[in-house]
Design a protein around this ligand. Structure first.
Ligand SMILES: [Zn+2]
Length: 232
């Protein structure tokens, strides 16, 4: 009996050793969703009572709800109610959460009444493109390149899935410095979901069904990103 149970213990230990690295690899991915504006910072106006800050929060909450039961994905919001949050504090939350992905949500305006559709911004490199002289700079540069590649990969997935909500209205991927995205270490995008200055877009963005469709497109994109990326 004793010999047998010792053997059993050894088998159990061996089994746990085999399982442990697998469960460590399946650790949570943290997604920080940043509903643009809030509080006295209303953002662009969609109607008398609906502003950009309301649309971004509604969609962020829907994505969080959609992913609440998802295995290995945890969603955190930079704000979950109507309050002012500075860009620095939004970035700070992403850093504190050790975010694997950061998504800032906004509604566009301007460029005339005919401008419509969605735009996806991704950050520019923080590393100056001078000749790298030491291994620290080279490593930093490599990490930046890897991060930017991940940003572009996620942006492409979002672009494709948003096309189902706003057919033929994709305005492309834009590489530009955006305050809330800069200095983050995680892959990050800013999605301008449509134009408040375009009648058709405005009507859609206020519609609960369309808000759900945007949230579904983002949910699908997040799942796809993590299912095809083993490095983040
Ligand atoms: Zn905005």
């Amino acid at each position: 009996m004793i010999v047998k149970s010792k053997r059993l213990i050894r088998i159990v230990i061996l089994f746990m050793l085999l399982i442990f690295p697998l469960s460590a690899a399946a650790a949570n991915h943290v997604v920080v969703i940043d509903p643009g504006h809030g509080g006295s910072d209303m953002g662009v106006k969609l109607s008398k009572s609906v502003y950009e800050k309301d649309v971004t929060l509604a969609i962020a909450k829907l994505v969080r709800k959609n992913l609440s039961g998802a295995d290995g994905i945890e969603v955190r919001l930079t704000r979950s109610d109507d309050k002012n949050v500075s860009p620095a504090n939004r970035r700070k939350l992403a850093g504190k959460s050790n975010a694997d992905l950061f998504i800032s949500l906004h509604v566009n305006a301007g460029f005339g009444l005919n401008a419509k559709g969605y735009e996806i911004y991704y950050p520019v490199s923080d590393v100056p493109s001078v000749k790298k002289s030491n291994s620290g700079e080279i490593l930093k540069d490599m990490n930046q390149t890897r991060r930017l590649n991940s940003c572009v990969r996620f942006a492409q997935i979002v672009q494709k899935n948003m096309g189902r909500v706003f057919p033929r209205e994709g305005r492309g991927l834009i590489n530009a410095p955006v305050l809330v995205l800069q200095s983050l270490t995680s892959p990050a995008i800013l999605l301008e979901m449509g134009f408040a200055t375009n009648l058709e877009n405005k009507k859609k963005l206020k519609n609960k069904k369309i808000q759900e469709a945007v949230a579904d497109a983002l949910t699908k994109s997040i799942k796809k990103y993590f299912s095809t990326d083993g490095t983040s």
